[in-house]
Design a protein around this ligand. Structure first.
Ligand SMILES: Nc1ncnc2c1ncn2[C@@H]1O[C@H](COP(=O)(O)OP(=O)(O)O)[C@@H](O)[C@H]1O
Ligand SMILES: CC(=O)N[C@@H](CCC(=O)OP(=O)(O)O)C(=O)O
Length: 246
């Protein structure tokens, strides 16, 4: 889908969207592009887990998801974060459509490493035809969950979900919208991140926590998607992630 724009909204970013954000979505949509938002919700899942007496555990930026945590994750993503986003789009006159993996088997997945992470998956299949139809008239708002071939629900890191969809559907653009202006090195935004630079920044612990799966997902996607950007606003340059040094 050469006209597909995918914006991944981190849980923090999703709560602080500017008028310029909605104006840009409207401009893309009005120009005939397909626009898909894939939302996170990590901070919200943390907060609700704690309300239920569960201690959030993450390994390399990925949530360890036992059956109780999966229930909270599902409830928060589909019952809190997604409707808030859809309402915000509606308030700005945009035709939002909330989506999850069980709609037309949009996202199929497999366990990442059940012994380490529990009910966590990686996306192995995307129903591009159904998604394309959904996005003809709507701006999709998709949760980072997948279902296994035999119908088990999996929690998916939202950066990895967005990267998988962008790669599978050959999106023209993937923006990872987060709470920092890009990949930071000594307080400065790294304008262009090559795989070599990323490896160096990970090895020296400059890139840590949630930025680590984000970079890995972005670098993988950059092999297929022309424009992969990490930023805090659609009108900020941020960090452009490229597949090779050239
Ligand atoms: N080198 C880095 N540059 C910028 N942010 C970094 C870096 N290393 C770690 N981080 C952390 O990564 C966070 C963004 O990742 P994450 O919390 O997963 O965001 P999101 O919820 O948007 O996916 C930043 O807020 C910051 O704390
Ligand atoms: C497996 C896994 O880590 N899933 C993530 C899904 C949400 C997410 O990625 O949200 P952010 O983009 O706000 O971090 C989680 O449970 O937090």
């Amino acid at each position: 889908m050469s006209d597909l724009m995918i914006i991944k909204l981190g849980g923090n970013a999703a709560t602080q969207l500017s008028p310029a954000f909605f104006a840009q979505l409207a401009a893309w949509h009005d120009a005939g592009n397909k626009v898909l938002l894939i939302h996170g919700g990590g901070p919200q899942i943390n907060a609700w887990s704690q309300k239920f007496g569960l201690t959030p555990i993450k390994k390399a930026g990925i949530r360890v998801t036992d059956p109780q945590t999966l229930q909270v994750t599902q409830a928060v993503l589909l019952g809190v974060v997604q409707p808030q986003l859809c309402l915000a789009l509606s308030q700005h006159g945009l035709p939002a459509l909330g989506l999850n993996c069980t709609d037309a088997h949009l996202l199929v997945g497999d366990f990442l490493d059940q012994a380490i992470y529990g009910q966590v998956g990686a996306v192995t299949g995307v129903n591009g035809q159904a998604l394309s139809e959904f996005l003809t008239d709507h701006i999709g708002v998709l949760a980072p969950l997948a279902q296994t071939e035999d119908g088990q629900l999996l929690n998916v890191n939202a950066d990895m979900a967005a990267a998988a969809v962008a790669t599978a559907l050959h999106a023209s653009k993937l923006v990872l919208l987060t709470d920092v202006p890009g990949v930071l090195e000594q307080g400065n935004v790294v304008a262009k991140l090559t795989p070599q630079k990323a490896a160096q920044l990970i090895a020296t612990n400059v890139i840590t926590k949630g930025m680590q799966p984000k970079i890995e997902a972005a670098a993988h996607t950059a092999q297929v998607v022309h424009e992969v950007v990490i930023t805090d606003a659609l009108n900020h340059a941020g960090t452009v992630v490229v597949a090779c040094a050239g």
